[in-house]
Design a protein around this ligand. Structure first.
Ligand code: GAL
Length: 661
C-alpha cells in the first residue's frame, strides 16, 4: 500500500482538505458539492473531530450522518480520507474517565473544553480509541469512496500523570534492564538521586532546579515510542477490516515530541501539515524545509501534504496572512518536492468555534472572494499535473537530523542556553535552498554514501554508531561539514571524555576540542577570513587538519575556528562557531563547489526555485517558482503543463511545470 494506490483511485494528484460538514446544514452541503466541483476537489478528510457525533454516549455508535456525507461526496466524485476522531474525546468521555485527562509537568490536571485533552498512556483512552477506529473500519473499510485512513490528528500531546509514570517505568525497565543500569545511565551518583526501587522513578515533573538531563531525554524517548504504539494499535485495528493505506498527519514544525524516523516507518504514506512562520522568501523556504523533511521521512518515496492554510494561520502569539499567489506557489512548492497533492485545513471557514478566524479554502465571504478564486486556480493547476503522480525527487546533499540530539538540547543544564537544535538545522537547509540545491534530511546512522555533501548542524548528542558512520562516510569519499558543539555527549547524555567530539569523528575531522567557550548574548566575534560568529566558540587543536580560518579575539587568538581534513578519499570540515547567515552561505557555497554539487537547473537567478521530479521510466518534470519581482527568461524553454503552451519566461510570482527532455 503506497501513495500510488491513492493517486490511482483519484486519477491524479490529490486536491482538497479537511471537511467538517457537521458545522453546517443541508443547503450549505448542496453548495459545497457545487463549489468542490468548481475547485476540482477530489479528496476530502472527514471526521477528524467528530467523536461526539459518532459515539454520542459510551459504546453507542451512530454512523448514519457519516453514511450520508460519504455517499454524497462519492456521488460528487470526491474520494474520502476517513479520520479516526481520537484527537478530541467528547465531554462524556472525560467525565466518565477523569483519570484519563492530561496532567502537566507542574501537576495541573487539564479539563475538557479544547481538544487533545487526554493522556495517551491511559488504558481507558486507548481502548476507547481502538474501539472507535475498529467500528469505523468495519463499517467503511471497503467503501468505494474510501481512499485513505487518517488516524488521529497531529500526535504529540504529552502527559506527566500517574498513567504516564507507570508506562514510563515499564519502558525504562525494558531499555535499561535493571535499576543499577538506570542509576548508571542517569548519573544518579550526582545530587543524591540514587533510586532504590522502581516506584521512586518519576516523569520529569516540576522540580526546584535543573532536572536530570538523561531523565528528560529518556522521557521524550518513552513518549516517542508510546505515541507510535498508540498509532499502531489503531492502524492494526483498521487493517483487520480494510486494505486501504493508513497514515497520520505529522506536525513537523512541532515534532519536538515525535520520534519521526521510527514513526514514519509505520505509515503506509507519510503525510504532514505545514504552516509557514513568515511571508515572502522566508515563507517559501519554510515550505521547502518541511517538504524536504517529509520526503526524507518517506525514504524518498511520494508523500502527501495533508494540511496547509490559504491565508491567516496562527504562529505562536502572532497571526500571519499569506500573500496573493501563495496558495498556488506553496502548493507547487510541496508538489515539487514529492507531495502527491495539496490539501488544506479546512474546506469551509468555521462560523463559530475556536478556529473561526483561521483561513480556509472557502472563506466567510463565500466564493466571490480572492481566496476562493486562488483555490480554484490552484485546483486547476493540480489537475493539470496528473502525470507527475508517483514520480520522485533525488538529492545529492543531506542535512543530519536526529530526535535524540534535539531532545538532548531540550534538557536542563546545557553548556549554554543559546545552543539550539532547530535554528542551525533550518539554517543549513536555507543556505542550500538559497543556492538552488535540493537537500534530503538523514539520520546520522543512515547509509550516507549516495550524498556528495553532508551537513551536521546540530549533533550535540551523537551515538557511537553515528560517529563511526560519519567517519566511514568521509573516508569513503564524502564531504562532511560538522558544526559547533557536536558529539559532546553520547546516547546516554554522558559527556565525551578526552576531548570532543566523539573519538571516531575526531579522527575524521582531524581535530580535538579541549575547551568550550560559549559567547555572551551580545558578543559577535570576527574570524581571520573576515567572517563573523555568535553563540559559541571553542579551543580546538588540529590533529591532521589544516586551519582555514582562525579566531582573532581573547585567549583563542590565532587558534583554529574552521578546519578542513583530508582523509581517505573525502574531507571533513569543522566549524566551531555559529556564522552569520551571509558568511555561512558563502561557506556552504564553497563546500558545494568542492563536492561538485550543481544547482538543479543551471542559469536561473537567485529567488527562482527549481526542483525536478523523476519518473521510473525516465520522464521528468521541472517545477519552477519565481519568488522574485522580475520576469525571468527561462534558459531552457519547455512545454508548461500549467498553461499547455511553451514557456519562455516566468513573470514575477509565477510558476511553471515543464516537461523535461
Ligand atoms: C493544524 C490542525 C488543524 C487546525 C490547523 C489550523 O495543526 O491539524 O486541525 O487546527 O492546525 O492551523
Amino acid at each position: 500500500m503506497t501513495a500510488r494506490s491513492v493517486t490511482n483511485r483519484l486519477g491524479g494528484l490529490a486536491f482538497g482538505g479537511d471537511y467538517n460538514p457537521e458545522q453546517w446544514d443541508e443547503p450549505v452541503w448542496k453548495e459545497d458539492d457545487e463549489l468542490m466541483r468548481r475547485a476540482r476537489v477530489n479528496l476530502a478528510t472527514l471526521g477528524v473531530f467528530s467523536w461526539a457525533l459518532l459515539e454520542p454516549e459510551e459504546g453507542r455508535y451512530d454512523f448514519t450522518w457519516l453514511d450520508a456525507h460519504i455517499e454524497r461526496l462519492h456521488a460528487n466524485g470526491v474520494a474520502v480520507d476517513l479520520a479516526t476522531p481520537t484527537a478530541s474525546p467528547p465531554p462524556w468521555f472525560t467525565l466518565a474517565h477523569p483519570e484519563a485527562l492530561a496532567v502537566r509537568a507542574d501537576g495541573t490536571r487539564l479539563v475538557h473544553g479544547s481538544r487533545d485533552t487526554y493522556c495517551l498512556a491511559s488504558p481507558a483512552y486507548r481502548s476507547a480509541a481502538r474501539r472507535i477506529a475498529s467500528g469505523l473500519a468495519e463499517r467503511y473499510g471497503d467503501h468505494p469512496a474510501l481512499a485513505l485512513w487518517h488516524v488521529h490528528n497531529e500526535y504529540g500531546t504529552l502527559c506527566w500523570c500517574d498513567h504516564a509514570a507507570a508506562a514510563f517505568r515499564v519502558w525504562l525497565r525494558a531499555r535499561h534492564g535493571s535499576l543499577d543500569a538506570l542509576n548508571e545511565a542517569w548519573g544518579t551518583a550526582f545530587w543524591s538521586q540514587r533510586y532504590t526501587s522502581w516506584e521512586q522513578v518519576l516523569p520529569p515533573r516540576a522540580t526546584q532546579y535543573h532536572k536530570n538531563p538523561a531523565q528528560t531525554v529518556d522521557f521524550h524517548r518513552f513518549w516517542g515510542d508510546e505515541i507510535i504504539a498508540a498509532y499502531c494499535e489503531q492502524r492494526d485495528a483498521i487493517r483487520q477490516h480494510s486494505d486501504r493505506p493508513v497514515t497520520t498527519n505529522l506536525m513537523l514544525p512541532y515534532d519536538l515530541r515525535l520520534n519521526v524516523w521510527a514513526f514514519a516507518r509505520e505509515l503506509d504514506i507519510v503525510s504532514s501539515d505545514q504552516y509557514p512562520d513568515a511571508n515572502g522568501l522566508d515563507g517559501a523556504a519554510h515550505v521547502a524545509f518541511y517538504a524536504d523533511r517529509s520526503r526524507s521521512l518517506a525514504g524518498g518515496r511520494p508523500w502527501l501534504l495533508m494540511e496547509q492554510g490559504t491565508s491567516t494561520v496562527y504562529d505562536g502569539d502572532q497571526v500571519i496572512g499569506k500573500e496573493p499567489g501563495d496558495v498556488l506557489r506553496h502548493s507547487l512548492g510541496h508538489i515539487a518536492r514529492g507531495s502527491e497533492g495539496a490539501l488544506f485545513f479546512q474546506w469551509r471557514q468555521s462560523r463559530a468555534g475556536a478556529e473561526t478566524w483561521h483561513s480556509a479554502m472557502l472563506p466567510h465571504a463565500g466564493p466571490d472572494s480572492r481566496i476562493f478564486r486562488e483555490v480554484t486556480q490552484t485546483g486547476e493547476a493540480v489537475a493539470a499535473l496528473a502525470e507527475l503522480a508517483g514520480s520522485t525527487v533525488t538529492a545529492q546533499v543531506a542535512v543530519l537530523d536526529d530526535p535524540d540530539a534535539m531532545w538532548a538540547l531540550e534538557a536542563d543544564g546545557l553548556p549554554s542556553p543559546r545552543l539550539d537544535y532547530h535554528a542551525p538545522l533550518a539554517g543549513a537547509h536555507r543556505a542550500l535552498w538559497d543556492a538552488g540545491v535540493t537537500a534530503d534530511f538523514a539520520h546520522p546512522e543512515h547509509d550516507l554514501s549516495r550524498y556528495r555533501l553532508v551537513i551536521a548542524p546540530s549533533l550535540f548528542l551523537l551515538s557511537d554508531k553515528g560517529a563511526q558512520n560519519l567517519r566511514r562516510y568521509v573516508e569513503g569519499g564524502g564531504t562532511l561539514l560538522v558544526q559547533h558543539a557536536a558529539g559532546y555527549v553520547d546516547e546516554r547524555v554522558h559527556a565525551r571524555l578526552g576531548g570532543y567530539p566523539a573519538a571516531p569523528l575526531r579522527e575524521a575531522l582531524g581535530i580535538r576540542v579541549d575547551e568550550y567557550r560559549p559567547l555572551r548574548k551580545e558578543q559577535r566575534i570576527t574570524l581571520s577570513d573576515g567572517s563573523h560568529g555568535t553563540v559559541w566558540s571553542e579551543s580546538l587543536h588540529t590533529e591532521g587538519a589544516e586551519t582555514v580560518a582562525s579566531y582573532t579575539h581573547g585567549m583563542l587568538t590565532d587558534s583554529p575556528a574552521l578546519t578542513r581534513h583530508r582523509i581517505g578519499t573525502g574531507q571533513g570540515w569543522y566549524l566551531s562557531t555559529h556564522l552569520d547567515d551571509a558568511d555561512y552561505g558563502a561557506l556552504v557555497g564553497r563546500l558545494l563547489k568542492e563536492a561538485g554539487v550543481e544547482p538543479e537547473l543551471a542559469g536561473l537567478p537567485a529567488g527562482v526555485e527549481a526542483v525536478t521530479r523523476h519518473a521510473a521510466d525516465g520522464r521528468r518534470w521541472h517545477v519552477l517558482i519565481n519568488h522574485t519581482e522580475d520576469t525571468v527568461p527561462l534558459p531552457d524553454p519547455g512545454h508548461d503543463l500549467l498553461t499547455g503552451t511553451t514557456a519562455h519566461e516566468l513573470p514575477p510570482g509565477a510558476c511553471a511545470v515543464l516537461r523535461g527532455h
